[in-house]
Write a protein of this length. Structure first.
Length: 152
């Protein structure tokens, strides 16, 4: 095992000038190991500068809800720290209103709105069923943009 999250955060603060006492969240992408690793690599490459979550999920699990201007240590599914990002924008809107620019910024698949809708419809449908609420095109999505701070 490499760095702990705390060691990684401290190292990133030394490089970026962020105060080590700043609060930060710790999370991974998706709901399985390969997906978490693949999406984190897209962040490291600069291709992925956005992510989406369901507002209903964030209400049920508020510790996972993004914070505008907040810092996050993104980890592997197993908890290995990979990078630090800072949230730069949060917009809550119906799933059906997510636009082509956001789909592109998510950096996944072919970066089209069609593939974004297909992939996220499947993901959000599974997630909402597991958490016991209904998902449809009117469900509110939290569209988060971020910037990679560390490593650069």
């Amino acid at each position: 095992m490499g760095y702990s999250v705390e060691e990684f955060w401290a190292e990133s603060c030394g490089v970026t000038g962020v105060g080590p006492d700043e609060p930060y969240q710790v999370w991974y992408f998706g709901n399985e190991s390969d997906q978490a690793q693949t999406l984190a690599k897209l962040v490291l490459s600069g291709k992925k500068i956005a992510t989406a979550s369901l507002v209903e999920t964030n209400l049920l699990e508020p510790e996972k809800a993004p914070i505008d201007g907040g810092y996050s240590v993104i980890t592997s599914f197993e908890g290995e720290p990979i990078c630090v990002v800072r949230t730069t924008e949060i917009r809550n809107l119906p799933f059906s209103d997510v636009d082509v620019d956001f789909a592109f910024d998510e950096g996944e698949d072919d970066q089209t709105l069609e593939s974004w809708r297909e992939g996220h419809w499947a993901y959000f449908s599974r997630e909402s069923a597991e958490l016991g609420f209904h998902f449809d095109g009117n469900s509110i999505v939290c569209c988060e943009r971020f910037t990679l701070l560390y490593p650069r």
